[in-house]
Ligand binder design. Structure first.
Ligand code: C2E
Ligand code: CA
Ligand code: CA
Length: 455
């Protein structure tokens, strides 16, 4: 009998151990040994409740271009980098009171601690410490950590809501032209939500009343400045608020689906512009239009383009499609098939914003694309840390080796144009050549650049 009890006890103990092991696995991230998301959030909840009279702050960390680093240097290096970041965060946490750390997912980490200094002092501390986070990790690439910070105003707030505010702050960091490493959440970020609703209420009327205008930005040869193409970009001539940039409304339209209607309008206008050049007997350059990932869900997209080309009587080669790199990542095989169907009708495909998403470099040669359009962050990063341009020069070489065209975005100076040309990239787009301009001004630009030759 006692033997039975002993055996039963032993079994129970084993079960408990196994159970504890399972819980631990769920609670602790095995790569970094930090709390995983759920445990991290529940620890924050517990701490905020226990110290409801103290002030806390939440920080969200992520590594810029992490997926590119992963595919360029390999998964092992990617893992090493995540461990390095976790190590640095642990070090940083030593100087912070009641600090909780966690790995939220992928390259996203979180930190929550008591705030016992003023925000100004915290800002200065961050400025000082940021260098130790990134400095000297590897000499051959620029490591950029993005930090979104939310000083928690009300300790009873749901942790998910606290996290979303830090996400909004991170977004501001990524969008900032100077490429800030960290940003604090501010109320205007939530006001955006109200503003977006207003945009949704007005969009249909705006389309009907021709408030959307399609401008053109020249694409030029980097050495000669000769015009080689144009990108069609939309502007909203709002009756009360003046010209609105696409960053104010495109993300809203991508969420509510209106983007498909607007894009079709822009494509139609671009075709009409091409037609007007043919009618005036001028030599032509191709016009690139943006195709949102949401447009690609429409099975009849190829026939829509075919009809449009037919309606205006223009050869397919004069219409280029810019499809953002991230569009290929969601449902890669389906998107690749859809893009292939567009390519099959003779449209030229450019992979836009290349370098910002999750492209696996070794998949590039299987993708139905003609040109890589390098995101402007490449040139910005290079300027900040000259010498750390191994990825940029590699990407240009790779594009050349795969017989893909390559065009650089965001060229603002003569030096940048010359530098990219020296790497083997011969075309570019950017304020150095021209800002996006009206169709009327573009016609003048084209004549001046001597690219438009009488037929
Ligand atoms: P994008 O397709 O990457 O377009 C390039 C953006 O970079 C344009 O901003 C352009 O004005 C800006 N840019 C060009 N050269 C320079 C430069 O030298 N320096 C700097 N700092 N910026 C430069 P824009 O027109 O504000 O458009 C922003 C984004 O909005 C576009 O990024 C694109 O994703 C989206 N977008 C614009 N028009 C359309 C459209 O008709 N349909 C769709 N789906 N998206 C559009
Ligand atoms: Ca584009
Ligand atoms: Ca782009």
């Amino acid at each position: 009998m006692s033997v039975d009890i002993a055996v039963e006890n032993e079994n129970l103990k084993n079960k408990l151990n196994a159970y504890e092991e399972i819980i631990k696995k769920h609670e602790i991230d095995s790569l970094t040994e930090l709390y995983s998301r759920q445990k991290f959030f529940s620890e924050i909840r517990r701490t905020l409740d226990a110290d409801s009279d103290k002030r806390f702050i939440f920080m969200r960390f992520d590594i810029d271009h992490f997926q590119l680093i992963n595919s360029f240097f390999g998964l092992e290096e990617g893992d090493k980098l995540l461990q390095y970041l976790a190590f640095k965060m642990r070090q940083f946490s030593l100087i912070l009171p009641s600090c909780i750390l966690g790995r939220i997912e992928g390259d996203i980490f979180g930190l929550c601690c008591q705030l016992n200094v003023s925000l100004n002092i915290l800002q200065a501390m961050m400025q000082q410490n940021i260098q130790s986070f990134v400095g000297g990790y590897r000499a051959d690439y620029e490591l950029r950590i993005i930090i979104g910070i939310y000083p928690i105003e009300d300790n009873s707030m749901a942790v998910e809501s606290i996290y979303s505010k830090a996400v909004l702050a991170s977004k501001k960091c990524k969008e900032s032209a100077t490429g800030g490493y960290f940003a604090f959440y501010d109320e205007s970020m939530s006001e955006t939500i109200v503003k977006n609703q207003r945009i949704t209420n007005q969009m249909n009327v705006a389309l009907k009343e021709n408030q959307f205008e399609v401008v053109l930005q020249p694409k030029c040869h980097l050495q000669t400045g000769k015009l080689i193409g144009a990108e069609a970009l939309v502007r909203w001539k709002h009756p009360e608020n003046g010209y609105l940039p696409p960053s104010e409304f495109i993300p809203v339209f991508e969420k509510n689906g209106f983007i498909s209607k607007l894009d079709e309008y822009v494509w139609d206008k671009a075709c009409a512009y091409i037609r007007s050049w043919i009618d005036s007997g001028l030599d032509l350059v191709p016009v690139s239009v943006n195709v949102s990932r949401y447009d690609l869900r429409n099975q009849s997209l190829p026939s829509k383009f075919a009809q449009m080309l037919d309606k205006y009587g223009i050869p397919a080669k004069y219409l280029h499609l810019e499809i953002t790199e991230s569009a290929y990542m969601e449902d890669a095989q389906v998107i690749i098939q859809e893009v292939q169907r567009l390519k099959d009708i003779g449209l030229h495909i450019e992979m836009d914003d290349f370098g910002t998403a999750y492209s696996s470099l070794n998949m590039l040669n299987e993708m139905p694309i003609d040109t890589l359009k390098l995101d402007m962050s490449f040139i910005r990063n290079y300027e900040k840390s000259p010498g750390k341009d191994v990825i940029l020069s590699f990407v240009v070489k790779l594009a050349n080796a795969l017989n893909l065209g390559v065009i650089a975005e965001g060229i603002e100076t003569k030096e940048q144009a010359a530098y990219l040309f020296s790497l083997g990239c011969s075309t570019g787009q950017g304020y150095y050549f021209s800002k996006p301009i009206s169709k009327q001004d573009f016609d003048i630009f084209a004549v001046q650049s001597a690219a438009v030759i009488s037929a």
